[in-house]
Design a protein around this ligand. Structure first.
Ligand code: ADP
Length: 181
């Protein structure tokens, strides 16, 4: 599937189907768990690609993990990106337990870290939309809306790319992006 994109305030929001561990951007986001000790899904893929130094850094710098709805940064170790942003999205529990705010928080924390670090480009997976069970349509809409809001303001970022692992997830993000045009 070709890349879809939207330009906001001179900055690009892109959608791509692929593997986030292979992205040549300044920062990649990880859909981590609160303990920050590695896991399945995209977290497992990022740890495998980065190598054992990533877990060592997480244990040393973040011994207590990080709460749901927040993110922390590490260096990229074996991946091409300079930084990895470990974002903790919510587990879906029906929608009345603050899941929407926590998902927004996970994306916003990564965007704020990018500005603090001076990152110009960042790639995101579909946070919470795998094992954590966030409903697809709502998850994609929340992700696109949160990033679009950020790009309309001041930011070091000139490119935000969602890297979607399946055609189904890509379709959900395409629909969400179409709603923004
Ligand atoms: P969560 O626990 O936050 O739901 P998951 O890793 O289970 O996180 O899933 C989040 C999304 O990441 C899912 O859409 C999943 O298909 C996708 N994913 C898994 N591996 C990769 C990868 N290598 N690159 C990009 N996305 C991936």
């Amino acid at each position: 599937m070709p890349t879809s994109s939207l330009t906001l305030n001179g900055r690009r929001l892109e959608l791509e189907t692929g593997d986030i561990t292979r992205q040549a951007v300044d920062a990649i986001a990880n859909a981590a768990n609160s303990a920050l000790r590695g896991g399945g899904g995209v977290d497992g893929a990022i740890h495998r690609a980065a190598g054992p130094g990533l877990l060592d850094e997480l244990v040393r710098r973040y011994p207590d993990g990080t709460p749901t709805g927040t993110a922390v940064e590490t260096s990229g170790h074996g991946v091409a990106a300079r930084w990895i942003l470990h974002a903790v999205g919510p587990v879906w529990r029906g929608g009345s337990r603050g899941e929407a705010e926590q998902l927004v928080g996970a994306y916003r924390s990564c965007l704020a870290l990018c500005d603090r670090l001076g990152a110009r480009s960042v790639a995101f997976p579909a946070i919470s939309m795998g094992i954590y069970g966030y409903p697809g349509e709502e998850g994609a809409r929340t992700a696109v809306r949160t990033v679009a809001q950020h790009l309309r303001g001041e930011s070091s970022l000139t490119l935000v790319r969602f890297v979607l692992f399946s055609d189904e997830t890509r379709r959900l993000f395409d629909a969400a992006l179409a709603g923004k045009r």
